[in-house]
Design a binder for this molecule. Structure first.
Ligand code: NAD
Length: 367
């Protein structure tokens, strides 16, 4: 009965009796006292070192484990004694990951799952429960990027960004959270991005889906706290651009170096072991983000436009990424040709209407 109550918040959980002035003041001082205690606790642990939890024998699902960051995380978790199940749409990537992880002597299984399809997520989760037991750690890591200006992004790529980067978190968490709550034990890790806190041109669908992930994590954490699920933790990870994972490796970043993927993976595992709530990589971006709300918009905009003059992942267009179909490649080439023609005719880049008309072969409204 107690467990069943934990799955949802009913009206009896919410105190609807109006508070007196005295209660409001008392509540404020309780809040103040607790806040001071948390600050001192944080200072103490920062000086003496945060306690790290043991992950031995946890059962973990990592989405997007067929390559990139997912594979690097799996390697570290395996070394810590975690049993790892990798999900991806890329079967070759999964096979490679499996071979590599088994060569380390770890316990690893793979499932080909398209996380944008909730029926596939629920079915795969059921298979895991029946065959391997209850999942205690979930890394929502899979992600996609379109990397085009808004008016050049076909509708279905915008939908894909949200389905994979944001909506899928709902399906995976709904699949695994109930048993975590039952046991009051679990950890949900959301791999968002620095793009979940700041907007970047040509990454509008990506940024907005990552903003959604940041909101998802924070709201979920508060809901878990309301449910009294102290043993179920959430962590949101917001890295800057990472080298050599395949997503943004050739992005044009100035002033701040793109991140080494091995270091990012180390930092993520460290954050999870310490039950950190949110982790910005590199850490000093948290200072810049705080400043963002104080300085005039011109400063923020000037900084961001100089920091990332062009966020388009060029290799996606050059090689054709696995997630961009031949048809879309043709579409981007069409746009390129049209751009050249436009330039020859002294029609500048503002003539997006011409690009949109040329893209009508996609059968979608590009606008
Ligand atoms: N690479 C960066 O610069 C960077 C920066 C900040 C945040 N991130 C985030 O880190 C996470 C991992 O990125 P990465 O750099 O390893 O990228 P990646 O492209 O190397 O890996 C992403 C993985 O997700 C898988 N995937 C895509 N769609 C899927 C779907 N529908 N179902 C299942 N799997 C799917 C891909 O096959 C791929 O293996 C992503 O969420 C990304 O947004 C990356």
């Amino acid at each position: 009965m107690a467990i069943a109550k934990r799955f949802s918040i009913d009206k009896s959980d919410i105190n609807t009796v109006p508070v007196t002035k005295f209660q409001a003041i008392a509540d404020f001082f309780v809040f103040l006292g607790l806040s001071v205690a948390y600050v001192f606790q944080s200072i103490y642990y920062t000086i003496c070192g945060w306690p790290e939890k043991d992950l031995n024998n946890e059962l973990c699902v990592i989405t997007g484990g067929g390559g990139g960051l997912g594979r690097l995380l799996a390697r570290r978790l395996i070394r810590l004694g975690v049993k790892v199940i990798l999900w991806d749409i890329n079967q070759d990537g999964l096979d490679e990951s499996l071979q590599m992880l088994e060569s380390l002597g770890g316990w690893c299984r793979t499932q080909k799952v398209d996380i944008s399809r909730r029926e596939e997520v629920y079915k795969a989760a059921e298979e895991i429960k029946n065959n391997f037991g209850d999942v205690t750690m979930l890394f929502n890591n899979a992600g996609v990027v379109s990397g085009r200006a808004l008016l050049d992004t076909p509708d279905h790529l915008i939908e894909r960004s949200f389905s994979v980067n944001a909506l899928a978190h709902f399906w995976t968490v709904k699949a695994f959270l109930p048993t975590m709550l039952e046991k009051d034990h679990g950890h949900i890790v959301s791999i968002a991005s620095m793009a979940g806190y700041v907007g970047i041109p040509k990454l509008i669908d990506y940024c907005s889906s990552k903003f959604a992930v940041v909101g998802f994590d924070e709201a979920l954490r508060l809901e878990l706290e309301m449910l009294g699920a102290d043993g179920v933790h959430t962590t949101v990870i917001c890295p800057y651009f990472i080298q050599a994972t395949g997503m943004f490796e050739d992005v044009n970043s100035r002033w701040v170096n793109t991140l080494n993927s091995e270091n990012v993976a180390d930092r993520i595992i460290d954050a999870v072991r310490k039950n950190e709530k949110f982790t910005l990589i590199p850490w000093y971006f948290s200072v810049l983000l705080a400043v963002k709300w104080i300085v005039p918009w011109g400063c923020t905009s000037g900084f961001l436009r100089r920091l990332v003059p062009d966020a388009t992942p060029q290799h996606h267009l050059a090689q054709g990424s696995p997630s961009i179909t031949k048809q879309e490649e043709m579409h981007s080439k069409n746009i390129h040709i049209n751009n050249n023609n436009n330039n020859n005719n002294n029609i500048n880049n503002k003539s997006l209407l011409i690009q949109r008309i040329s893209a009508s072969t996609l059968g979608e409204r590009v606008l």
